[in-house]
Write a protein that binds this ligand. Structure first.
Ligand SMILES: Nc1ncnc2c1ncn2[C@@H]1O[C@H](COP(=O)(O)OP(=O)(O)OP(=O)(O)O)[C@@H](O)[C@H]1O
Ligand SMILES: [Mg+2]
Length: 388
């Protein structure tokens, strides 16, 4: 079903995969585990043929596989149609109903939240009835409820070979594990306790869209870190974009200076030829452990490396408001810890949309975005949300 012999991939001088040998029989489940930048996506793309057919690379050795589909790490790059209905087709729609995706059928795929997009992508591919399913971190953009639903659905898929690429053991389907690199356990940094004083932001607004509205009324203090949690598509990103001034709203938002907005999808942010040129504050690269990547083209970085670079782009004004959309998605434990440390040591007031439970302990307050509102929530309520 899948067989690799002495399989290597290099991008120019950079050798990413070196002489890999492994195979998976029909119906077998395999987890391929390794840290950011070790070559997981490169391997998934090479098995599916995207490398070297669409992405140039030097490939040697042998790879054999049958009738495969790939769920890429960034679902936005996999759409062709405009509406969800068109993307799914008849078979896909029947399949998607089992996932409760009916409400999304008439939506424009480019207006879906990243999590919603990932779900559509998953079911569209599953409905093609492939022999081999290549999943590149498929849960990464899903909220806890959707992640559990996806795992449950996958446990019902029989007779297919599944290769799941991830940073840690996804603990699925009693899969055989192949390690592509070292994933050492990481100590979490300590939260820095600060005296909060003075108002950094006041917001009281309503955003109304065709099929969705969100109201927010809150203020925050200098240096304060606020987390926004909530289901996929609940409006966390809309809240951040409204504060950033890129979403129409009625009401009032006031703060001083220009905000830094770090979007969920890092590739939307970069337009320079080197990582270095993207940074307003070069010191951020060292703090986030990416000094060695500064001469590289941001487009050629792995997703985790791009995420770190995007967080590093926040502006240098000490008190400038920073709006971070999922700053730890796609990061391995070591890099997550670097971001926690960066956040807790930062003097910027920050509003952070996140699905990362551990990140909450570095925030001063947590808000749950639900039913068109944004409400302060206790740690018990936040825990309940993550246990769903
Ligand atoms: N098109 C490309 N050109 C040059 N280098 C590349 C290209 N694509 C990936 N790389 C490099 O290859 C290495 C492996 O990247 P890859 O995306 O496979 O890692 P990964 O294990 O999937 O990481 P992540 O966990 O961050 O998704 C990285 O150092 C990356 O910078
Ligand atoms: Mg990857």
């Amino acid at each position: 079903m899948l067989n690799l012999e002495n399989f290597s991939v290099s991008f120019g001088q950079k050798n990413v995969l070196n002489q890999l040998n492994f195979s998976a029989g029909s119906g077998e489940k395999l987890s391929i585990i390794g840290p950011n930048g070790c070559g997981k996506s490169t391997l998934a793309l090479a098995i599916s043929g995207v490398i070297p057919d669409f992405i140039q690379a030097d490939v040697s050795g042998k790879v054999f596989c049958e009738n495969s589909v790939i769920i890429m790490q960034n679902p936005s790059s996999q759409f062709f149609a405009m509406t969800v209905k068109e993307e799914l087709g008849e078979t896909g729609m029947a399949f998607a109903k089992r996932f409760g995706l009916n409400d999304l059928f008439d939506r424009n795929v480019f207006q879906l939240s990243e999590g919603e997009r990932q779900k559509v992508n998953l079911v569209a591919n599953l409905s093609l009835d492939p022999e081999l399913l290549l999943l590149d971190e498929p849960l990464e953009l899903l909220d806890p409820v959707e992640a559990n639903r996806f795992k449950a659905l996958l446990s019902k898929v029989e007779g297919k070979t599944i290769v799941w690429f991830d940073k840690e053991d996804p603990k699925i389907l009693s899969a055989r594990k192949v390690f592509l690199g070292d994933c050492k356990k990481q100590r979490l940094p300590k939260k820095k306790v600060r005296r909060l004083h003075g108002t950094a932001l006041k917001a009281d607004f309503l955003v109304k869209k065709e099929d969705f509205c969100i109201r927010a009324d809150f203020s925050m203090q200098n240096q304060e870190k606020i987390a926004l949690i909530g289901r996929n598509g609940c409006g966390k990103t809309t809240v951040l974009k409204t504060i950033a001034g890129i979403e129409k709203f009625s009401g009032k938002v006031s703060f001083s200076g220009r905000p830094s907005f770090v979007p969920q999808n890092p590739s939307h942010l970069f337009f320079n030829e080197t990582a270095e040129a993207e940074l307003a504050e070069p010191g951020n690269a060292k703090k986030l452990g990416i000094s060695h990547l500064l001469k590289q083209n941001p487009a050629a970085l792995s997703k985790g490396q791009q995420k770190l670079l995007s967080v590093a782009t926040i502006k240098s004004e000490e008190r400038g408001l920073a709006l971070l959309d999922e700053p730890t998605t796609w990061l391995d434990q070591k890099n997550k810890s670097a971001v926690y440390k960066f956040i807790t040591e930062s003097t910027h007031p920050m509003v952070i949309a996140t699905h990362d439970r551990k990140l909450l302990q570095y925030c001063d307050r947590v808000f749950l975005v639900e039913g068109g509102e944004m409400r302060a929530c206790s740690s018990t309520a936040a825990n309940r949300f993550f246990q769903k």
